[in-house]
Design a protein around this ligand. Structure first.
Ligand code: SAH
Length: 210
């Protein structure tokens, strides 16, 4: 099986298993090539439904997890989105096809460069990569319609709660080191209404790069 066939097989599988649901998200998965976001030696594994190493101890999430999170975020064409944990840039690239603009923060400047290079190679233009501590968010562009945290956090960061628009949605793996719960929080009347979508495993949010 070549990469193109492997990609089709993976996407069909994700649809059958119910991870990919909406036509827009399916289209985004079809248009973004995951191999563009991987170090060369892992490109042949791009369409296995597994997390893969992207260097400096970090991983690109498994496709089914990107599908779950993208669907839960209910992306809309007018949305301004903030992502915490750019990593490879793949999740941001998927979102870029569905929303107006994405700001993504990466704590490790080497990965921020990796993400930027990958996004450029993928010809994605509406994603802005920032280096810094995502816990603090990015006040300058706030408020955001959606905030997606793609590293494990012990709680929902207060600065991000503030930077979320009224009626907006925040998605985050909340918990400890070994596993977390995928929490979807909706801001209503200044308060966050939370719902748990089950267990997941993400690399931890760090306040500083190693
Ligand atoms: N969304 C990524 C995968 C993220 S892996 C993708 O599609 O490839 C989690 C990333 O979060 C890692 O790159 C890690 O360096 C980063 N990270 C950890 N703590 C952070 C923080 N405080 N602010 C921003 N990024 C952080």
């Amino acid at each position: 099986m070549n990469l193109g066939e492997a990609k089709e097989h993976l996407i069909n599988g994700l649809m059958k298993e119910g991870y990919l649901k909406s036509p827009g998200v399916v289209r985004a998965f079809k248009s973004v090539h995951r191999e563009t976001f991987l170090p060369e030696r892992f490109r042949n594994y791009a369409y296995m439904d597994e997390p893969l190493p992207i260097g400096w101890g970090q991983t690109i999430s498994a496709p089914h997890m990107v599908a779950i999170m993208t669907e839960l975020l209910e992306p809309k064409a007018k949305d301004k989105v903030l992502e915490i944990g750019a990593g490879s840039g793949y999740q941001a690239a998927i979102l870029s096809k569905l929303v107006k603009e994405v700001w993504t923060i990466e704590v490790d400047s080497r990965l921020a460069k990796f993400a930027e290079d990958n996004l450029r190679a993928a010809m994605v233009k509406n994603v802005h990569v920032l280096t810094g501590d995502g816990w603090m968010g990015h006040k300058k562009e706030a408020p955001y319609d959606k905030i997606i945290i793609t590293c494990a956090t012990s709680s929902l960061p207060p600065p991000l709660k503030k930077q979320l628009k009224g009626g907006g949605t925040m998605l985050a793996p909340v918990g400890g080191y070994f596993h977390q719960n995928l929490i979807k929080a909706e801001k209503k009347g200044g308060k966050l209404e939370q719902r748990n979508y089950g267990m997941c495993v993400f690399v931890p949010l760090r306040r500083k790069a190693d």
